[in-house]
Ligand binder design. Structure first.
Ligand code: TXA
Ligand code: MG
Length: 339
């Protein structure tokens, strides 16, 4: 192993140590309000290369650059449309990433070879303090191995990154539980490339014209040029085979009880009568917000419990539910049983 990975609870001292490591060109895992990130100096191509290596991430999948002050935006983005400023005012700090043309200071490796860059100002106090202390914007993808569920606590990061990075800052369980909403701009319109906790309805307060990229709901062909390269990769997948089941709670129950074999586990939303059965279940909660908060932990737990098949109830598609569906449909490799 290249590193003895240290996990330290987040405080002034550990943040100072993390900032030093970043200034020396290393990669550090940090908590954010969405999921944990693997952070390095966004301007340093050698440091960013270490992120790609640690995650085993494909080189054409761009990273998000994290800032802590609005003044840093011009170091990263070369053009900032009025709509982007309105979004920054309305939703930053918070779980919103804006794709804008990049400055030459952002090396091509950070932007996955694109001329644009994703920028976000996180609200988690540790992430903000680390950006301030490192004195550079931080490139940070989710801190999971490429393809596996994003980490929502420091233990998840340790599982994937042990021996690959020197330090994990433990800042508790991530609040949102799904990654930031990624948007780009069209004249007078916002397009959602990846749904998250900032919903289409919320973005509509900035402009009435909010569009949803077709890659959000549908599979994208690997040979296609896609608006958000991350969407073409197999994602969020536990070892178990995940299948979404679209039907009423009663239909869901009948279906899984008749199709389930040993090694089947169900992801349910609130009590749906499943607790009267022998079927192993993980309850993600009734609201879309709870489901988002619990989803990735549940996918990891399914693996830990040795599940072979996971039947997941189909989430609602509105509000934060769209983010839950977008992650779950990728975990399920687009396999949906309609009842
Ligand atoms: O909440 C989050 O966004 C977390 C935390 C750590 O901040 N980060 C995260 O990063 O989810 P990552 O690398 O796992 O996902 C970044 C997504 C990918 O789907 C990528 O394709 C898209 O953002 N993206 C980044 N830069 C882009 C660009 N220039 N154009 C289009 N899509 C971009
Ligand atoms: Mg990711």
């Amino acid at each position: 192993m290249a590193f003895e990975t240290q996990m330290l609870s987040s405080n002034d001292e550990s943040i100072e140590l993390a900032a030093k490591l970043i200034q020396q060109g290393e990669v550090v895992a940090m908590p954010t309000e969405t999921v944990y990130g693997l952070a390095a100096n966004a301007f340093d191509e050698h440091a960013v290369a270490k992120i790609f290596r640690a995650k085993e991430r494909p080189a054409d999948n761009p990273l998000i650059v994290h800032i802590s002050e609005l003044t840093q935006m011009t170091d990263v983005a070369s053009q900032i449309p009025t709509l982007a400023l309105s979004c920054a005012k309305a939703f930053w700090p918070g779980p919103l990433t804006m794709v804008l043309p990049k400055t030459p200071r952002i090396p091509s490796i950070t932007s996955g070879g694109l001329e644009t860059v994703g920028i976000r100002m996180p609200s988690h106090p540790t992430a903000r303090a680390l950006i301030d202390a490192a004195e550079v914007p931080l490139a940070a993808p989710s801190a999971n191995l490429s393809g596996s569920p994003s980490p929502t606590c420091a233990e998840h990061v340790l599982k994937d990154m042990n021996g690959r990075i020197p330090l994990i800052l433990d800042g508790g369980v991530s609040d949102a539980g799904v990654e930031s909403t990624v948007i780009c701009f069209e004249p007078e319109a916002i397009k959602i490339l990846r749904p998250g906790a900032i919903t289409a309805q919320m973005l509509a307060s900035v402009t009435p014209d909010v569009r949803i990229d077709k890659g959000v709901l549908h599979a994208v062909d690997n040979s296609q040029v896609v608006a958000s390269p991350g969407m073409k990769y197999k994602h969020y997948s536990p070892k178990a085979n995940v299948i979404i089941v679209d039907g009423s709670p009663e239909q869901f129950k009948d279906y899984v009880l008749s199709s389930g074999t040993p090694g089947t586990l169900c992801l349910i939303f609130g009590d749906e009568g499943m607790d009267n059965t022998e079927m192993p279940c993980i309850d993600l909660g009734l609201s879309s917000e709870e489901q988002a908060h619990n989803l990735f932990d549940a996918l990891r737990e399914a693996d830990e419990r040795g599940a072979k098949t996971v039947y997941a109830r189909c989430p609602k598609l509105d509000g934060v539910g769209l983010a839950v569906y977008n992650r779950l449909i990728r975990a399920a490799a687009f396999e949906v049983v309609k009842l």
